[in-house]
Ligand binder design. Sequence first.
Ligand SMILES: [Zn+2]
Length: 131
Amino acid sequence: MVLDRKLYKKDFELSKKKCPFCDIKSQWDLVIWKGDYWYIQHNKYPYLWLEDHLMVIPLSHKVFANELSEEEFWEMAKVQKFIKNYYWDKQYFSFMRETLWKRSIEHLHYQYLPWVLRTSRIENILKEQWF
Ligand SMILES: [Zn+2]
């Protein structure tokens, strides 16, 4: 079940005690693909209610991409094929979330969103990081 992003905060607080991405069964109604190392699901709290807001999540709890095994990277090729077929003739973009700063669930995940990311905010984001 997809929920309003405004409700995210409560679940996010709970996620600090119990990782929701490690419990695929709790996400099962959102899951659209599962491999040996990764699964793909609709975001429970999609940005702007976007139906095509997907997340790619490793089955094992990893915080950073540099913790991924060669097998996990290998299967990422299948993930990318699924994503390409999912969006089919639509453009899409992605970004990775890896954090230990309590800004997101601390289980590595990739966000996939339809269309093209057009922003010049990267510099502003960096400035907010004290650069
Ligand atoms: Zn986890």
